[in-house]
Design a binder for this molecule. Sequence first.
Ligand code: GLC
Ligand code: CA
Length: 582
Amino acid sequence: MRTEWYKEDSFYQIWIRSFKDGNGDGIGDLKGVLEKLEYVKSLGVDGIWFSPIYPSPNADYGYDISDYCGIHPDYGTMDEFREVLLKAHELGLKVVMDLVINHTSDEHPWFKESRKSRTGPYADYYHWKDRPNNWDSFFEGKAWTYCPERDQYYLHLFSVKQPDLNMDNPEVREEVKRIMRFWLDMGVDGFREDVITYISKREGLPDGWPVPILGAMHHYKDGPHIHEYLREFRAVTDDYDVFQVGEGPMTWLRTAKSYLTGPGKSLDMMISFDHMVCDCLFTEYIPLPFSLLRYKRALSRWQYGLAGKAWNALYIENHDHPRVISRYGSEEYRKESGKTLAASYLFLQGTPFIYQGQEIGMTNIRLPDINDYADVSTRHNFSTYHLKKTIEERMEYIYRSSRDSARTPLQWSGGKNAGFTDAETAWFAINGNFAEVNVEEEEKDPLSILHFYREALALRKREKALLYGKYRLLSPLDRHFFAYERTYGGEKEASRENSADAGGTGDRRAAEEQILVVCHFGREPGTFRVPRSWRGRKARLILDTENRHTGAGEETLPDKLSFGAYGAQVYKACAREENHGK
Ligand code: GLC
Ligand code: CA
């Protein structure tokens, strides 16, 4: 039976290679995860999403899988994984796996067989063509690579070493189901489904428009059989009480609803990208100044759009984007902006995801040489674009855009290798700011980003309004403040929540509860004009980035709220005299 337990939960994303090294070889691993599970639990999250930990040649750091039912030897053994799963469950942490089925590694046995000949059981597991079409890949030039054994080309939307699976082949779909059952039977609690909206390609793989990279997207994004295939996979998870969150690059709200709602619902949540392009054009490699208006608009579009119909996946960082403080906040006001960014998304309606290191405010790195970078797309971008510019200028683009900024080892302490590993060196460069930015320091500092995350997550769990309340954007045109309210209560909210089986109290006469969230973006001090509907009301400061809320009592909300550089304040309205719960 499927329930919607994930609605009140939040998740911590582990990109294992850089999380914690447990055996002293410089590479993060399951032993390290086991060691740090209590820490993860202490954040107040309810589960972990593991980016791929399967065997992989690491052309795309785990997203090129060569065995779906194994553990990469760098990270440990299946027994160690079972131990992590068991301990996580004992601590009350769910475990969600990454399901990467748009492509495999070219070193997967299926592909090794498939490339051998045009006949044979694996011949049609991938997309093969005598002549390539004009599609581009996202990571490495053209989307087709020649294979002499077959005298044909294979399709790869990502790197050369990530051939796309042919999902039209029913045998491939059966393989996917077997993989899903393998992990579900072991007891995992759900899947994050990688570029899942790309798995169905248009028949005949026709040419796209002559536009770089994006020109052929309409031939594989939300493709002709996508819903059919995803429903087949959904039927597998129907037998388990788990959730599925899909990654949908460039999936707009309307399309998202086709996955998230109705009888054909195939996903519980969608990882959308709208709010991740507020400082760039499509990709961080084409930078623009950060626009708070775009951020507010993007988030609000999904809040309003899914309200009462579906559930949001909330995130501002993951392994695919540079660190958010360096993008949308300010490294100079690291603490202030880190906390403000947290408040800007944790209190929206949806299930929050927090990426490792985000909770301590890690920032981007600037490595001197392109060869210091590991990410395939970073290296490709460097060698392909802006070639007329100087090396220094080209490196600036890398500093702005590289996914490697999010993949540096987690900074646990100010000690050797930031406490990440006992080895002489870590597998990848450690951010030079580790002496100040690390878990140990942040544990000591009551004003740290880390403590703020803990408080914010606990608050979200406590307040029905933050979980289920109706969202309203306030002062939409304000360029320095992102303010919103969440309102819970009254018959409608309560009954909707019950029907969604989301742990509702069944109290149809619940009094109205209202929360106001005000986030200040900017280095200059600023004042926020409190909207009329809130002015003069009795409210309590329940969270703020300067810790003034501890012990704060009821106050009458003034007309203006003052902020220093960045900052957030969260108020809860005190019950009104009249009864609004009807
Ligand atoms: C997703 C992953 C990303 C990976 C790509 C190809 O976007 O999040 O890390 O490179 O898919 O698998
Ligand atoms: Ca290790």
